[in-house]
Design a binder for this molecule. Structure first.
Ligand SMILES: Nc1ncnc2c1ncn2[C@@H]1O[C@H](COP(=O)(O)OP(=O)(O)OP(=O)(O)O)[C@@H](O)[C@H]1O
Ligand SMILES: [Mg+2]
Length: 216
């Protein structure tokens, strides 16, 4: 959590390997690897996943084709065989149904003319199909209606286990009613200024960023 412009999305981009960021100092350790030595696709294949704050529209690329390509390139990287068309279709259908996504929508170009909430749900569909080790959700809750918020949160909770982690960026304590975080970190002006447990989110709701940042 952190005020607008504090660097939350920037952190998510640096972790996931978006280009044009120059890292001055430090390393990012992940599964005994230095992420900074890996390209963006290698990071994804190693299990990193980013759900964008503003998902991109990609005209000319059918959503289902995109999902199949992503899954199979990860499987290839991991030395697994390609998922055949039938197996893929079954997986996509069951995951889409869980998220209350109409599979007809997945025949359309990726995110093109999807509503704001549909785009966010599509990101979560991608996430649940790729089952990443480390998923970063950048304000996935904003733009979701009440039911979608619950469904998306259930999707996260279902995936959550001892082998994976989620970095959930949000402005709203409301999301944390559904997804109970192990840790809450507050970022301000590019730095983590305070860390705590769930109670920190409640304190934040009450006091606001200014007071918390000042006391930190
Ligand atoms: N390409 C860029 N050039 C210069 N400044 C940038 C660039 N990209 C981001 N910034 C700045 O970096 C700061 C951090 O931006 P970032 O998007 O990480 O904030 P955020 O914490 O995600 O905010 P929000 O809650 O509004 O999403 C902002 O002041 C932003 O304007
Ligand atoms: Mg942001």
């Amino acid at each position: 959590m952190g005020p607008n412009g504090s660097g939350k999305s920037t952190l998510s981009y640096v972790l996931s390997g978006k280009d044009k960021y120059e890292i001055d100092d430090g390393t990012i350790e992940y599964n005994e690897k230095n992420l900074l030595e890996l390209d963006v696709d290698e990071r994804a294949n190693e299990g990193l996943f980013l759900a964008f704050q503003y998902p991109m529209e990609i005209p000319g690329v059918q959503t289902s084709f995109f999902l199949k390509t992503a899954i199979n390139s990860k499987r290839k990287y991991l030395g697994q065989s390609e998922m055949d068309a039938l197996e893929f279709a079954k997986l996509m259908k069951s995951k889409a149904e869980e998220l209350n996504i109409n599979t007809e929508m997945l025949k359309r170009d990726l995110n093109v003319n999807y509503s704001g909430g549909e785009k966010k749900k599509q990101e979560i569909l991608q996430m649940s199909m790729l089952s990443p080790k480390m998923a970063i959700l950048d304000e996935t809750d904003s733009g979701l209606d009440i039911d979608a918020l619950r469904i998306v949160s259930e999707g996260v909770n279902k995936l959550r286990n001892k082998e994976n982690s989620f970095l959930v960026i949000t402005h709203y304590q409301r999301l944390l009613n559904y997804i109970k975080p192990d840790f809450v970190h507050i970022i301000a002006d590019g730095r983590i200024v305070k860390s705590g447990d769930y109670s920190l989110a409640l304190e934040l709701e009450e006091k606001g960023y200014e007071e918390i940042s000042k006391s930190a």
